[in-house]
Design a protein around this ligand. Structure first.
Ligand code: ASP
Length: 352
Protein backbone atom coordinates (compact mmCIF):
# COMPACT_ATOMS: atom_id res chain seq x y z
CA UNK A 1 0.00 0.00 0.00
CA UNK A 2 1.43 3.32 -1.08
CA UNK A 3 3.89 4.75 1.43
CA UNK A 4 2.68 2.66 4.39
CA UNK A 5 5.70 1.94 6.60
CA UNK A 6 4.38 1.41 10.11
CA UNK A 7 5.33 -1.82 11.91
CA UNK A 8 3.01 -0.91 14.77
CA UNK A 9 0.10 1.50 15.25
CA UNK A 10 0.53 3.30 18.57
CA UNK A 11 -0.80 6.79 17.94
CA UNK A 12 -1.89 9.02 15.06
CA UNK A 13 0.77 11.69 15.63
CA UNK A 14 3.04 9.56 13.45
CA UNK A 15 0.54 9.34 10.57
CA UNK A 16 1.15 11.26 7.35
CA UNK A 17 -1.71 12.60 5.28
CA UNK A 18 -1.07 9.70 2.90
CA UNK A 19 -1.45 7.19 5.78
CA UNK A 20 -4.88 8.64 6.59
CA UNK A 21 -5.82 8.45 2.92
CA UNK A 22 -4.63 4.82 2.70
CA UNK A 23 -6.69 3.74 5.71
CA UNK A 24 -9.83 5.54 4.47
CA UNK A 25 -9.46 4.09 0.98
CA UNK A 26 -9.04 0.52 2.24
CA UNK A 27 -11.82 0.91 4.81
CA UNK A 28 -14.14 2.15 2.06
CA UNK A 29 -13.24 -0.90 -0.04
CA UNK A 30 -14.03 -3.24 2.86
CA UNK A 31 -17.17 -1.32 3.76
CA UNK A 32 -18.43 -1.47 0.16
CA UNK A 33 -17.92 -5.20 -0.36
CA UNK A 34 -21.14 -6.80 -1.54
CA UNK A 35 -22.55 -9.06 1.12
CA UNK A 36 -19.78 -7.84 3.44
CA UNK A 37 -21.10 -9.62 6.50
CA UNK A 38 -21.44 -13.03 4.93
CA UNK A 39 -18.23 -13.55 3.00
CA UNK A 40 -14.71 -13.71 4.26
CA UNK A 41 -11.66 -12.38 2.50
CA UNK A 42 -8.67 -14.72 2.61
CA UNK A 43 -6.24 -11.83 3.21
CA UNK A 44 -5.06 -12.88 6.68
CA UNK A 45 -5.41 -16.64 6.39
CA UNK A 46 -2.85 -18.29 8.67
CA UNK A 47 -2.31 -15.09 10.70
CA UNK A 48 -3.24 -14.87 14.37
CA UNK A 49 -4.61 -11.78 16.11
CA UNK A 50 -4.37 -11.84 19.90
CA UNK A 51 -6.27 -9.29 21.97
CA UNK A 52 -4.67 -8.33 25.29
CA UNK A 53 -7.22 -6.13 27.07
CA UNK A 54 -6.41 -4.96 30.59
CA UNK A 55 -9.39 -2.57 30.66
CA UNK A 56 -13.07 -3.23 29.91
CA UNK A 57 -14.34 -2.88 26.37
CA UNK A 58 -17.65 -3.44 24.62
CA UNK A 59 -17.11 -2.10 21.12
CA UNK A 60 -13.39 -2.15 20.46
CA UNK A 61 -12.59 -5.75 21.27
CA UNK A 62 -15.63 -7.24 19.49
CA UNK A 63 -15.01 -5.01 16.51
CA UNK A 64 -11.37 -6.13 16.22
CA UNK A 65 -12.47 -9.75 16.54
CA UNK A 66 -15.05 -9.41 13.78
CA UNK A 67 -12.59 -7.51 11.59
CA UNK A 68 -9.98 -10.26 11.97
CA UNK A 69 -12.52 -13.00 11.25
CA UNK A 70 -13.71 -11.23 8.11
CA UNK A 71 -10.12 -11.32 6.89
CA UNK A 72 -9.88 -15.05 7.77
CA UNK A 73 -7.38 -14.56 10.62
CA UNK A 74 -7.46 -16.73 13.72
CA UNK A 75 -8.47 -14.90 16.87
CA UNK A 76 -7.28 -15.47 20.40
CA UNK A 77 -8.11 -13.43 23.44
CA UNK A 78 -6.29 -13.02 26.72
CA UNK A 79 -8.12 -12.37 29.95
CA UNK A 80 -5.97 -10.77 32.66
CA UNK A 81 -7.88 -12.04 35.68
CA UNK A 82 -7.31 -15.72 34.85
CA UNK A 83 -3.77 -15.33 33.49
CA UNK A 84 -0.29 -15.90 34.91
CA UNK A 85 0.09 -12.16 35.45
CA UNK A 86 -1.44 -12.85 38.84
CA UNK A 87 1.47 -15.27 39.45
CA UNK A 88 3.99 -12.51 38.76
CA UNK A 89 4.72 -12.96 35.04
CA UNK A 90 5.67 -9.67 33.37
CA UNK A 91 3.59 -8.13 30.63
CA UNK A 92 6.46 -8.55 28.16
CA UNK A 93 6.86 -12.25 29.00
CA UNK A 94 3.09 -12.72 28.68
CA UNK A 95 3.19 -11.04 25.25
CA UNK A 96 6.14 -13.22 24.19
CA UNK A 97 4.17 -16.30 25.18
CA UNK A 98 1.48 -15.32 22.68
CA UNK A 99 4.10 -14.53 20.05
CA UNK A 100 5.52 -18.01 20.59
CA UNK A 101 2.03 -19.37 19.85
CA UNK A 102 2.17 -17.56 16.52
CA UNK A 103 0.53 -14.16 17.13
CA UNK A 104 1.06 -11.86 14.15
CA UNK A 105 -0.74 -8.88 15.72
CA UNK A 106 -1.19 -8.05 19.40
CA UNK A 107 -4.10 -5.69 20.01
CA UNK A 108 -3.41 -4.09 23.39
CA UNK A 109 -5.55 -2.00 25.73
CA UNK A 110 -4.19 -0.80 29.08
CA UNK A 111 -5.16 1.82 31.63
CA UNK A 112 -1.58 3.18 31.66
CA UNK A 113 -0.48 5.46 28.84
CA UNK A 114 2.61 4.13 27.09
CA UNK A 115 2.17 0.40 27.67
CA UNK A 116 1.57 -0.52 23.97
CA UNK A 117 4.55 1.64 22.91
CA UNK A 118 6.86 0.01 25.49
CA UNK A 119 5.67 -3.42 24.49
CA UNK A 120 6.30 -2.68 20.81
CA UNK A 121 9.80 -1.38 21.57
CA UNK A 122 10.71 -4.34 23.81
CA UNK A 123 9.37 -6.89 21.32
CA UNK A 124 11.34 -5.20 18.52
CA UNK A 125 14.47 -5.31 20.67
CA UNK A 126 13.88 -8.98 21.36
CA UNK A 127 13.72 -9.55 17.60
CA UNK A 128 10.09 -10.69 17.63
CA UNK A 129 8.20 -10.20 14.37
CA UNK A 130 4.85 -9.08 15.69
CA UNK A 131 2.82 -5.90 15.23
CA UNK A 132 1.37 -4.05 18.22
CA UNK A 133 -1.89 -2.21 17.70
CA UNK A 134 -2.92 0.17 20.46
CA UNK A 135 -6.59 -0.30 21.38
CA UNK A 136 -6.53 2.50 23.97
CA UNK A 137 -3.86 3.38 26.57
CA UNK A 138 -4.81 5.60 29.50
CA UNK A 139 -5.40 9.16 28.42
CA UNK A 140 -2.92 8.92 25.56
CA UNK A 141 -4.30 7.45 22.39
CA UNK A 142 -7.01 5.36 20.74
CA UNK A 143 -5.94 5.31 17.11
CA UNK A 144 -8.55 2.93 15.70
CA UNK A 145 -11.32 5.08 17.24
CA UNK A 146 -9.75 8.26 15.83
CA UNK A 147 -9.63 6.62 12.41
CA UNK A 148 -13.19 5.32 12.51
CA UNK A 149 -14.40 8.77 13.54
CA UNK A 150 -12.47 10.26 10.64
CA UNK A 151 -13.92 7.64 8.27
CA UNK A 152 -17.44 8.31 9.56
CA UNK A 153 -17.08 12.05 9.01
CA UNK A 154 -15.39 11.65 5.63
CA UNK A 155 -18.20 9.30 4.52
CA UNK A 156 -20.78 11.75 5.77
CA UNK A 157 -19.29 14.47 3.57
CA UNK A 158 -18.60 12.16 0.61
CA UNK A 159 -20.27 8.73 0.90
CA UNK A 160 -18.77 7.36 -2.32
CA UNK A 161 -15.19 8.57 -2.03
CA UNK A 162 -14.38 9.45 1.60
CA UNK A 163 -10.96 11.08 1.84
CA UNK A 164 -8.96 13.41 4.11
CA UNK A 165 -9.63 16.25 1.65
CA UNK A 166 -13.32 16.08 2.61
CA UNK A 167 -12.39 17.40 6.06
CA UNK A 168 -10.32 20.39 4.90
CA UNK A 169 -11.71 23.67 6.26
CA UNK A 170 -14.56 21.96 8.17
CA UNK A 171 -15.33 23.22 11.65
CA UNK A 172 -15.62 20.30 14.08
CA UNK A 173 -16.80 20.96 17.65
CA UNK A 174 -15.64 18.46 20.30
CA UNK A 175 -17.59 18.86 23.52
CA UNK A 176 -16.93 17.52 27.02
CA UNK A 177 -14.24 15.63 28.86
CA UNK A 178 -11.29 16.26 26.56
CA UNK A 179 -8.85 16.13 29.47
CA UNK A 180 -9.39 12.41 30.17
CA UNK A 181 -10.14 11.34 26.61
CA UNK A 182 -7.69 9.37 24.50
CA UNK A 183 -10.36 9.53 21.78
CA UNK A 184 -10.17 13.34 21.75
CA UNK A 185 -6.37 13.24 21.49
CA UNK A 186 -6.46 10.82 18.55
CA UNK A 187 -9.15 12.91 16.87
CA UNK A 188 -7.09 16.08 17.33
CA UNK A 189 -4.16 14.52 15.45
CA UNK A 190 -6.36 13.07 12.72
CA UNK A 191 -8.69 16.01 12.15
CA UNK A 192 -6.04 18.73 12.16
CA UNK A 193 -3.76 16.66 9.88
CA UNK A 194 -6.64 16.61 7.39
CA UNK A 195 -7.05 20.39 7.69
CA UNK A 196 -10.19 20.52 9.84
CA UNK A 197 -10.48 23.34 12.39
CA UNK A 198 -11.38 21.95 15.80
CA UNK A 199 -13.25 23.84 18.51
CA UNK A 200 -12.94 22.25 21.96
CA UNK A 201 -15.72 23.10 24.36
CA UNK A 202 -16.03 22.46 28.09
CA UNK A 203 -15.24 23.83 31.54
CA UNK A 204 -11.56 24.58 32.35
CA UNK A 205 -11.36 21.46 34.55
CA UNK A 206 -12.16 19.25 31.52
CA UNK A 207 -10.72 21.36 28.69
CA UNK A 208 -7.55 23.12 29.87
CA UNK A 209 -6.48 26.08 27.73
CA UNK A 210 -3.21 24.27 26.90
CA UNK A 211 -5.11 22.03 24.45
CA UNK A 212 -5.06 24.93 22.00
CA UNK A 213 -1.35 24.07 21.46
CA UNK A 214 -1.83 20.30 21.37
CA UNK A 215 -0.54 19.78 17.83
CA UNK A 216 1.63 22.90 17.69
CA UNK A 217 4.95 21.06 17.70
CA UNK A 218 5.27 18.99 14.52
CA UNK A 219 5.96 15.34 15.31
CA UNK A 220 9.18 13.83 13.91
CA UNK A 221 9.02 13.46 10.13
CA UNK A 222 6.02 15.76 9.83
CA UNK A 223 7.99 18.27 7.74
CA UNK A 224 8.08 15.75 4.89
CA UNK A 225 4.33 15.46 4.93
CA UNK A 226 2.72 17.34 2.06
CA UNK A 227 0.06 18.87 4.32
CA UNK A 228 -0.79 22.31 2.97
CA UNK A 229 -2.08 23.48 6.33
CA UNK A 230 -2.74 21.73 9.63
CA UNK A 231 -6.13 22.70 11.01
CA UNK A 232 -6.35 24.93 14.06
CA UNK A 233 -7.53 24.20 17.60
CA UNK A 234 -9.56 26.70 19.59
CA UNK A 235 -10.78 26.34 23.19
CA UNK A 236 -14.15 27.83 24.17
CA UNK A 237 -16.29 27.57 27.30
CA UNK A 238 -19.87 27.51 26.04
CA UNK A 239 -21.94 25.70 23.43
CA UNK A 240 -23.16 29.13 22.30
CA UNK A 241 -19.57 29.82 21.15
CA UNK A 242 -18.78 26.33 19.89
CA UNK A 243 -21.80 25.37 17.82
CA UNK A 244 -22.70 28.25 15.47
CA UNK A 245 -21.20 27.43 12.07
CA UNK A 246 -20.10 23.91 13.10
CA UNK A 247 -20.06 21.30 10.31
CA UNK A 248 -19.94 18.40 12.79
CA UNK A 249 -20.22 17.85 16.54
CA UNK A 250 -18.63 15.16 18.67
CA UNK A 251 -19.47 14.77 22.32
CA UNK A 252 -17.36 12.74 24.75
CA UNK A 253 -18.13 10.59 27.74
CA UNK A 254 -17.36 11.99 31.18
CA UNK A 255 -14.57 9.59 32.19
CA UNK A 256 -15.45 9.37 35.87
CA UNK A 257 -13.14 6.38 36.38
CA UNK A 258 -10.15 8.57 35.43
CA UNK A 259 -11.08 11.64 37.49
CA UNK A 260 -9.02 11.81 40.64
CA UNK A 261 -10.96 14.68 42.15
CA UNK A 262 -14.31 16.37 41.96
CA UNK A 263 -14.13 18.25 38.65
CA UNK A 264 -17.84 19.05 38.22
CA UNK A 265 -20.34 20.65 40.53
CA UNK A 266 -23.01 18.10 39.49
CA UNK A 267 -24.07 15.99 36.53
CA UNK A 268 -27.25 18.06 36.23
CA UNK A 269 -25.25 21.28 35.91
CA UNK A 270 -22.96 19.62 33.40
CA UNK A 271 -25.94 18.52 31.31
CA UNK A 272 -27.50 21.96 31.52
CA UNK A 273 -24.30 23.63 30.29
CA UNK A 274 -22.77 21.06 27.93
CA UNK A 275 -25.34 18.32 27.31
CA UNK A 276 -26.56 18.06 23.72
CA UNK A 277 -30.25 18.23 22.96
CA UNK A 278 -32.23 19.07 19.83
CA UNK A 279 -32.48 22.72 20.92
CA UNK A 280 -28.79 22.95 21.55
CA UNK A 281 -27.94 21.41 18.18
CA UNK A 282 -30.12 24.01 16.48
CA UNK A 283 -27.36 26.50 17.42
CA UNK A 284 -25.30 24.98 14.58
CA UNK A 285 -27.66 26.66 12.12
CA UNK A 286 -27.82 23.57 9.90
CA UNK A 287 -28.35 19.81 10.42
CA UNK A 288 -24.96 18.40 11.43
CA UNK A 289 -23.55 14.93 12.01
CA UNK A 290 -23.41 14.17 15.76
CA UNK A 291 -20.82 11.65 16.96
CA UNK A 292 -20.07 9.98 20.31
CA UNK A 293 -17.46 7.22 20.71
CA UNK A 294 -19.59 5.37 23.29
CA UNK A 295 -20.42 4.28 25.86
CA UNK A 296 -22.87 7.17 26.32
CA UNK A 297 -23.99 8.41 29.74
CA UNK A 298 -27.65 8.86 28.80
CA UNK A 299 -29.02 12.23 29.84
CA UNK A 300 -25.54 13.58 30.62
CA UNK A 301 -23.61 14.06 27.36
CA UNK A 302 -26.74 13.62 25.25
CA UNK A 303 -30.42 13.95 26.03
CA UNK A 304 -32.17 10.56 26.09
CA UNK A 305 -34.63 11.42 23.31
CA UNK A 306 -31.76 12.41 21.03
CA UNK A 307 -29.98 9.13 21.71
CA UNK A 308 -33.17 7.18 21.03
CA UNK A 309 -33.56 8.73 17.58
CA UNK A 310 -31.18 6.90 15.21
CA UNK A 311 -31.69 9.63 12.62
CA UNK A 312 -30.32 12.28 14.99
CA UNK A 313 -26.78 10.93 15.46
CA UNK A 314 -24.11 8.66 13.98
CA UNK A 315 -23.35 6.57 17.07
CA UNK A 316 -24.36 3.26 15.44
CA UNK A 317 -22.77 4.29 12.16
CA UNK A 318 -19.49 4.76 14.07
CA UNK A 319 -19.85 1.21 15.42
CA UNK A 320 -20.53 -0.14 11.91
CA UNK A 321 -17.57 1.76 10.47
CA UNK A 322 -15.26 0.42 13.19
CA UNK A 323 -15.18 -2.98 11.51
CA UNK A 324 -13.87 -1.96 8.04
CA UNK A 325 -11.46 0.53 9.62
CA UNK A 326 -10.01 -2.18 11.86
CA UNK A 327 -9.91 -4.56 8.90
CA UNK A 328 -7.83 -1.93 7.10
CA UNK A 329 -5.41 -1.62 10.03
CA UNK A 330 -5.03 -5.37 10.47
CA UNK A 331 -4.54 -5.79 6.74
CA UNK A 332 -1.88 -3.06 6.59
CA UNK A 333 0.02 -4.50 9.54
CA UNK A 334 -0.27 -8.18 8.83
CA UNK A 335 -0.92 -8.98 5.17
CA UNK A 336 2.51 -8.19 3.73
CA UNK A 337 3.08 -6.75 0.27
CA UNK A 338 2.84 -8.01 -3.25
CA UNK A 339 0.41 -9.59 -5.64
CA UNK A 340 -0.56 -12.29 -3.16
CA UNK A 341 -1.82 -9.66 -0.76
CA UNK A 342 -3.77 -7.90 -3.51
CA UNK A 343 -5.41 -11.18 -4.63
CA UNK A 344 -6.31 -11.89 -1.05
CA UNK A 345 -8.70 -8.92 -1.18
CA UNK A 346 -11.04 -10.93 -3.43
CA UNK A 347 -13.75 -12.72 -1.43
CA UNK A 348 -13.19 -16.48 -1.01
CA UNK A 349 -15.91 -18.81 -2.18
CA UNK A 350 -16.28 -20.49 1.22
CA UNK A 351 -18.82 -19.29 3.74
CA UNK A 352 -17.52 -18.44 7.23
N1 ASP B 1 -14.61 3.68 24.32
C1 ASP B 1 -13.72 4.84 24.30
C2 ASP B 1 -12.43 4.54 25.03
O1 ASP B 1 -12.16 3.40 25.36
C3 ASP B 1 -14.40 6.05 24.82
C4 ASP B 1 -14.84 6.00 26.25
O2 ASP B 1 -14.65 5.00 26.95
O3 ASP B 1 -15.42 6.99 26.67
O4 ASP B 1 -11.65 5.44 25.24
Amino acid sequence: MSGWNHRHVIDLAAFSLQDFATVLELAQRFRSLPDAGARKLPALQGRLMTTLFFEPSTRTRSSFELAAKRLSADVQSFSPSSSSLSKGESLLDTARTYVAMGATVLVVRHRCAGVPACLARDLDRAGERVAVLNAGDGLHSHPSQGLLDLFTLARHFDPLAPSPEGLRGRRVAIVGDVMHSRVARSNLWALTACGADVVLCGPPTLVPEAFADFVAAPPPGQHEDPVPRRGSIQVVRSLEEALPGADAVMTLRLQKERMQQQLLSSLDTYHRLYGLSRDRLALCGQPVPLLHPGPVNRGVEMAGDLLDDPGAHLVEEQVRNGIPVRMALLYLLAAGDGAGAQNSLKPSSSRP
